[in-house]
Every structure is written in C-alpha cells, then in structure tokens.
Design a protein around this ligand. Sequence first.
Ligand SMILES: [Zn+2]
Length: 283
Amino acid sequence: MVDFCRRGEEAVLELREKAGVPFFVFPLLEDTGLVSHCFSTRLGGVSKGEFSSMNFSFTRGDRPEDVMENYSRMANALGADRERMVLSWQTHTTNIRRVTEADAGKGIVKERDYRDVDGLITDVPGITLVTFYADCVPLYFLDPVRRAIGLSHSGWRGTVKRMGEVTVRAMKEAFGSEPEDILACVGPSICKDCYEIGPEVAAEFEAEFPQEDCFRILEKKRDGKYMLDLWTANRIVLEGAGILPDHIEVTDLCTRCNPDVFFSHRAMGEKRGNLCAFLSLKE
Ligand SMILES: [Zn+2]
C-alpha cells in the first residue's frame, strides 16, 4: 500500500501501479492519449539503504547495476524503451537541449556528449525524456497540435530565471509551438509550508518578479526568513509565457511532506536517491 498525504481537497495527480512499480500521472496529460509519462516514487526498485529502493541516479554512490535495473523496471511499467531514454545533466541552468534520434540512449546506454542541460524538448516519438528531482520542481509540456514535448528542471534558481518561459520559447523556435496550445504540469516537489529560505534568496525573487507576484510567492516570517511557494511561482511563470490558466495543472503532492514515498533533499540531505520525471510522445 502506498500511503501519502495531499495538499488540498481535489486530487491533481493519480497514483498508478504497473508491474509492481507505483508512479504518479497527470490526467490532464494522460487524457490526450498522445504521451506516456509519470513522476516516480522511491518504491518498487531494487536499490538498498538510503537509495531504497527506486533510485535513478548513477552519481550518488548507488550500485550501477541496481540503478540500471530500476530503469528497466520503470521502462517496463511505462511501456517505454529503456535504450531510447535520454537523460538531462542538471546544474541549475536554463539550457535546453533539442533531443533528436541521434540522442537516443544518452545517459543510460551511451555517454552524454553534452552537460549543463536542465531542459529537454523533442518531437521524436518513442524517445523518453528523463529529468531528476528531490524537492525541485519538474515542469512537463505537451503541444498536442505540433506533437512536441518538453521536460524542465526548475528549482528556485531555475524559477527565478523563468525556466518555464525559456522552455516554451525553445518549443516555439524548434517546433513552431504556440503557447495557447501547450498543456503544462508542475510536478511533485517541495510545498510552501516545507520550504524555508533566507533573505538572500527572497531578494532574488523580489528583483525578478513584480511586487504583486511576490506577495503570492513569498511569506516573510518574524525571524527574517521566508517561506517560498515554488508551485505558485511556476504557475505565474507559465501564465506569463502565454499558457492558458486552464491548460496548467499544479501538483498537490509535496516531496518533503511524504518521505516514505519520495526522496527529499530537505528531509534527507545528501543521503538519498533521486526521483525522475519521464515523458515521451507515443509512437
Ligand atoms: Zn510539504
């Protein structure tokens, strides 16, 4: 049984389980019939200890053969081809890579010949985009008209730099996507009540976002620290990029609130695995 708590009354994400692997999906994306996608949990894999059990990071000290088995299990659950997954190389940039057939397998069965890539876009069916998380915000994009997708990593640094808008612009340039056609989902990540930040981070938001937005994003506390609402901040960024409000879905699941289900940097520090977002266009 997977036990978790939601933020809010209505379920935004739905829990699925296939071949022993639990994962979350957005009905907004699933109902199009055009994509296969999910946000992983830490359950259903073979990794041990702090990586227990569905860890997707090869770089945090876990056994590579265990991580590879985890990818195989997820690929099987999603009906995806593990050999055609393409992994990001996240360093809190706003660099986006247009993924082509030549990239299939990079980061999983082939060396990556790129780095500092926090966003992936493609119009190639059957290639699965993969990005990494443990509290930061995953952004999913689908243009059902041009048949193109995007997946971006938007932590506080990415959010300040408007990663969501950068991704929409990249899809427009690469595929001719119109923002009003795009569906966007803000995936499981840290909630406002769990995310305390210092004044130096708050100042970066105050420099980038107008005051009325900052009232919605930042809550100042008596001790001079702030609570940061990355979910609302990313919604503001996506709406600012021209995506229609009812084409945006925002997670009701907090990674930090559910340490039995998700890896959370704030809950676990460096002793943890990584979750992943997966997204592919159906063939
Ligand atoms: Zn929380």
